[in-house]
Design a binder for this molecule. Structure first.
Ligand SMILES: *Cc1c(COP(=O)(O)O)cnc(C)c1O
Length: 381
């Protein structure tokens, strides 16, 4: 059966059949994206409770069974208390901690491991700042595939324990995720294991784009004015921006409805995308000595830099960084005001929202969705 999707390079004219296990573009090394041609899926065809209720618009064959642990379908919680405190009309928290292994990495890994298993890979490998490793270990176990995870030795201990508990081989390395990535690629080359690093394959974006589908469905098939996303590699931001355009094409949104402004939240100790956006650049230069306790944001040189920047410019979005103290303060604010056990990355997104409202860069009458991307519990020793 031929696939209902094809693969296209995000930077050059390379294209490939959907039924190949894709990595980056063989011509230019940039990320590949999945495209669905002129399919006309109907909103009425959605089925099931996990993110695979959107399987018609994901890289999955008809009657193929995905590798799933019940990812997606997370709550969108309105918080009048936070809206009042920040001085905005309406504010929601999309709580991604309620995914398998307690982060939104589950969505991308479910999609990537599904394609890798279908293509008969011998095993899976990933470099991680933490949560991607835990998610990959879980989906590898579900698929019955061996897994190897390369993580900085500074990764929160609870997350490292989770990776081991799920049966993956864990290798801790000095340095940051970029250093782990070099070792993971060397291991992939010698073992033939499939490398599911951020944007080195096109499927994790497809899994993470389901966050954008859920936002629309949960709000009654409309979108908020502003989406604030704690950004490391940018998979979710790129995926949501991609699916907003797809939904428009499929007639799932009102054609004239404005799409949200996409906002990148980063930490002052590692803010390559904020720096590139402020310089109106189309590429980011790697951040030196990246440091933040919000470990998911410690990504000094994202491979998807041009796709992140494209989403920011096209959506007339914004990007801002906050201090470690601001992140700690608003992780606590988020938890105390809503009952969500927020991760520091979620605290960072709230702190950036507060800053942009205070500076007049987000309008007080805006409807805002702030992403909490992981669980506070993962970061407590
Ligand atoms: C990975 C991660 C991020 C960053 O996600 P990207 O889509 O790669 O930008 C943010 N928060 C948490 C908790 C993460 O694990």
């Amino acid at each position: 059966m031929s696939a209902h999707w094809t693969l296209h390079c995000s930077a050059c004219d390379y294209t490939a059949d959907g039924d190949t296990l894709a990595t980056v573009c063989p011509k230019c090394g940039q990320p590949l994206l999945v495209e669905y041609g002129d399919i006309r899926p109907s909103r009425e065809s959605l089925d099931g409770w996990s993110m695979w209720r959107y399987s018609w618009v994901l890289p999955l064959h008809e009657r193929e069974k995905p590798v799933s642990l019940g990812e997606g379908g997370t709550p969108l919680l309105e918080s009048p208390r936070l809206a009042r405190e920040l001085g905005v009309r309406r504010l929601w928290i999309k709580d991604e901690a309620l995914n398998p292994t307690a982060s939104f990495k589950a969505r991308g890994m479910s999609a990537a491991v599904t394609r890798a298993l279908a293509q008969g890979v011998p095993g899976l490998v990933v470099p991680t700042a933490g949560n991607a490793g835990a998610a990959m270990a879980a989906y590898a176990a579900a698929a019955g595939l061996p897994a190897r995870v390369f993580a900085p030795e500074t990764t929160p201990k609870t997350i490292l324990d989770t990776i081991r508990a799920l049966g993956a081989t864990l290798v801790t390395v000095p340095g940051h995720i970029g250093d782990a990535g070099k070792q993971a690629r060397a291991f992939a080359a010698e073992s033939g294991f499939f490398d599911v690093s951020t944007l080195r394959e096109p499927y994790r974006i497809e899994g993470k784009k389901t966050m954008g589908l859920e936002l629309a469905e949960q709000l009654g098939w409309r979108l908020p004015d502003v989406v604030v996303y704690p950004t490391g590699g940018g998979t979710g931001l790129i995926g949501m921006w991609k699916v907003f355009a797809e939904m428009r094409r499929w007639g799932w949104l009102d054609r004239d409805a404005a799409l949200p402004r996409m906002i990148v939240a980063q930490a002052e100790g590692c803010a390559p995308m904020v720096r590139a956006f402020a310089a109106h650049a189309d590429r980011a230069t790697p951040w030196e000595n990246p440091s933040t306790h919000a470990s998911g944001l410690r990504v000094p040189g994202p491979l998807g830099d041009r796709l992140i920047l494209r989403a920011l410019y096209e959506s007339r979005g914004d990007a801002a960084a906050v201090s470690e103290d601001d992140i700690r303060r608003d992780t606590a604010t988020l938890a105390h005001a809503t009952g969500v056990d927020a991760a520091p990355e979620g605290g960072c997104a709230l702190a950036v929202t507060r800053k942009l409202v205070a500076e007049g860069r987000v309008a007080p009458d805006a409807e805002i969705v702030v992403f909490n991307t992981g669980s506070g519990a993962s970061y407590r020793a």
